[in-house]
Design a protein around this ligand. Structure first.
Ligand SMILES: [Zn+2]
Length: 203
């Protein structure tokens, strides 16, 4: 029986394969997306190509908070109204946005862009930990707030960072958002009231 999952044209099949390798897209939705981009959404396809091309040449980790940015410093780090003696460690930009939406935090951020996966053995350097230690030193951080998720990976990540920071900076208060947050989900899916209450009752 003929293979019905890939396109008979090799170039189109390659595109479908690339899209299907992205998180959240299966082979069928990838094929539908490619077909739309090549027919009714050619303008968007061109804009995606140009946008990606430009972003890929400009993007780098922010030298202060490790988030991705195309500017010398990200928006948060170039805002000098924030209280940088408090530093909050989040897993992702989505989690950072959720914390901002809760209006309960005015300090600085450090964005790991991931978390430790004990099974895959994530390299702490990929999460920017040397940069985190440098930031704590430079900004004379007094409190480090660990806002990783209450998932097994988030717990391991928080535990590891707390250990490293306590070893290098015993004077820094290390706290974690309180357990009022739902277990097993990322911060970005929690409601703003729960996040705000977790920030206020951190310990
Ligand atoms: Zn930054």
């Amino acid at each position: 029986m003929a293979d019905t999952t890939t396109h008979p044209d090799a170039r189109i099949a390659k595109l479908e394969e690339l899209f299907a390798s992205l998180p959240g897209l299966g082979p069928r939705s990838a094929a539908r997306l490619v077909s739309e981009l090549l027919t009714t959404r050619r303008t968007e396809a061109q804009a995606i190509k140009d946008g990606l091309q430009e972003a890929l040449t400009r993007v780098h980790h922010c030298p202060r908070c490790h988030t991705l940015t195309t500017e010398p410093l990200c928006n948060f780090c170039s805002d000098n109204t924030r209280d940088n003696t408090h530093l909050c460690v989040v897993e992702s930009v989505a989690d950072q946005k959720a914390l901002e939406a809760s209006l309960s935090y005015q300090g600085g951020y450090f964005v790991l862009m991931g978390r430790i996966n004990p099974l895959e053995g994530t390299d702490p350097e990929r999460l920017g930990l040397p940069l985190l230690l440098q930031r704590i030193h430079q900004d004379r951080v007094s409190e480090l707030i660990l806002a990783t998720s209450y998932t097994p990976e988030g717990d391991v990540t928080a535990h590891m960072i707390a250990g490293i920071v306590r070893k290098h900076f015993p004077e820094v208060r290390v706290t974690r958002l309180s357990k009022g947050l739902p277990t097993g989900v990322e911060l970005e899916y929690a409601d703003v009231a729960s996040i705000a209450s977790a920030v206020f009752s951190r310990r």
